[in-house]
Design a protein around this ligand. Structure first.
Ligand SMILES: Cc1cc2nc3c(=O)[nH]c(=O)nc-3n(C[C@H](O)[C@H](O)[C@H](O)COP(=O)(O)O)c2cc1C
Ligand code: SF4
Length: 518
């Protein structure tokens, strides 16, 4: 009987040798005369176990990892006999790190062949699309709004309101744009879902198109994601072949088509208006708002622009109903968040869970503390514009409002962990430097302020007139926060001020570190 073996083709797995493991598995099979079918899947998100190899058994798919080429001969025999092996992790679905997740968006990622529409359908794909076809645009809007879904790109804006604005706009053409620029440090969920379950992104965008009356969509992917570009292009071609994209999609009267566009690489091109400039073939520079993209977006037409994860959440919401989605979460943060654990962390990877889990649970329990084994000193949540949180704030629940109340943000759900060797004054300088390098240059507080910020933090680090210069940094941060045109300049104060407030000792400054209760 043919052995069915699953090996990720996700970029993270390939980076640690997944392709070589596949070659070794094929050689082992040939040598033993054992017929095999090797299926390339996405990643299940347990990055420290990659390449994680699975084999189909009567008990379910049994996982092994991390597998190297040298492990393959013994691994192959263990897989063939379903016998013991030092790398055996047990039935994949029963691995505690996976089992304690609530995978609504990532349910199929790491499970299916991302190139197979059939596999997608077998695992519940297109159910949301089919339901959407049976509803009116207004009914779809009601579902999306009732789900409580908020944009996963960072700002957390309600998706239903955005879609309604575009649906209500009168225009001869409208567009759907997927923001796959994913520039935040420590984030990779967009890449993972595009590589592991690209059809869910296509399905979400298609439902958006039907809802607002758009017939064309673009997926803007950063150039650093070549595997995602290939995966999305292959999935678009496959969807066209089976009539899920093009004219009369799914046998309906709707037309919807998609194209991938590759960005040249600039953090600011993730900002929606800058992205639209880039998509139109110009330099990525931020546009003044209003007009909002929902009124005047791509090529001056009403445009829905959403993050990859926002679109990827839509098929579940339509398939299972808004209430099922909204039943997860806390407060105004409904549903689940695919959280990305990165940096100096023992168990790094993609962990999808309902909002409400605390930062401490994520870092200590799920993440297992630091990779180096040293104490955790700080975590930066929400990318390069996110705040640094000390242990004292580890009781903060993962929720938009709870983080905002503590001068932080959850952004795109990236958590970057640092141990006690981190120099927080250096991190604050890095935030200013990052802003200076990535600034689009359109407004003065960001363009000039960030450079002055670097210079002033350098003075503090050299011990020059520390309290005067700390006051200057505070003043500068205030100006950047209030006077910048977009969040690149406007949010850089978060990492800078949180480093200063929570870790004043690293600046030689006299300040009382904030306590959890404050
Ligand atoms: C400097 C900057 C970079 C951004 N980068 C991204 C990004 O990489 N991906 C993303 O989805 N949103 C990014 N955003 C947020 C977008 O401007 C926008 O809010 C988002 O695409 C809207 O989609 P959503 O409502 O689904 O979150 C960025 C914003 C700023 C200010
Ligand atoms: S804040 Fe920075 S990136 Fe944003 S518009 Fe101003 S100069 Fe450009």
């Amino acid at each position: 009987m043919k052995m069915r073996i699953f090996v990720p083709c996700d970029a993270a797995a390939i980076a640690v040798g997944a392709d070589d493991v596949v070659t070794a598995l094929e050689q082992a099979a040939e040598k033993r005369g054992q017929p095999v079918q090797i299926i390339r899947t996405g990643s299940r998100g347990l990055c420290w176990l990659e390449p994680m190899v699975e084999v189909a058994t009567l008990q379910g798919r049994v996982a092994y990892g991390p597998v190297s080429v040298a492990d393959v001969p013994s691994l192959f025999d263990a897989m063939a006999s379903n016998g013991p092996h030092p790398l055996r992790l047990g039935v994949a679905d029963e691995i505690p790190w996976l089992k304690r997740q609530t995978r609504l968006t990532f349910a199929r990622c790491g499970v299916i062949d991302p190139r197979s529409v059939e596999d997608y359908r077998t695992h519940g794909g297109t159910k949301g699309f089919e339901r959407a076809l049976s509803l009116t645009p207004t009914e779809i809007l009601t579902e999306v709004t009732a789900s409580g879904l908020r944009g996963r790109g960072g700002a957390g804006f309600p998706t239903g309101i955005k879609w309604k604005t575009v649906a209500d706009a009168k225009a001869d053409r409208k567009y759907i744009v997927c923001n796959a620029d994913e520039g935040d440090s420590g984030t990779f969920a967009d890449r993972m879902i595009m590589e592991g379950d690209p059809f869910v992104v296509i399905e979400g965008m298609t439902i958006a198109g039907i809802t607002v009356g758009a017939t064309k969509g673009y997926i803007y992917i950063r150039s650093e994601y070549p595997h995602a570009v290939i995966a999305m292009n292959a999935a678009i071609a496959a969807a066209k072949r089976v009539g899920l994209l093009g004219s009369r999609i799914g046998g309906s009267s709707h037309t919807f088509d998609l194209e991938v566009r590759v960005g040249a690489g600039a953090y600011v091109c993730g900002e929606e208006t800058s992205l639209l400039e880039s998509l139109e073939g110009r330099r990525g520079i931020v546009r003044a708002k209003p007009p909002l993209p929902a009124h005047k977006g791509l090529f001056g037409k009403p445009t829905v622009i959403n993050n990859v994860l926002s679109f990827a959440a839509i098929p579940f919401i339509l398939a299972e109903g808004a209430k099922t989605y909204a039943d997860f979460g806390m407060g105004r943060s409904r549903g689940t968040m695919p959280i990305q654990l990165a940096g100096n962390i023992r168990y790094g990877g993609l962990f999808e869970t309902a909002f409400g889990i605390t930062l401490g649970e994520l870092v200590d329990d799920v993440g297992g503390g630091t990779f180096t084994g040293r104490p955790v000193r700080a975590v930066q949540v929400g990318g390069p514009l996110g705040a640094y949180f000390p242990r004292a704030l580890f009781d903060t629940p993962f929720d938009y409002e709870a983080f905002a109340a503590r001068d932080g943000l959850i952004g795109h759900g990236g958590i970057v962990v640092f141990d006690d060797s981190v120099d927080m004054a250096k991190q604050a300088r890095f935030a200013m430097e990052f802003c200076a390098i990535e600034s689009c240059g359109k407004c003065t507080p960001c363009r000039i302020g960030s450079t002055r910020g670097v210079e002033t933090i350098d003075k503090i680090r050299r011990g020059e007139r520390v309290s005067d210069n700390v006051a200057l940094v505070e003043d500068l941060c205030n100006t950047m926060k209030l006077g910048s045109l977009c969040a690149l300049g406007g949010f850089t104060p978060y990492p800078v001020m949180s480093a200063l407030n929570h870790f004043p000792e690293d600046f030689g400054a006299e300040r009382k570190p904030l306590q959890a209760a404050e």
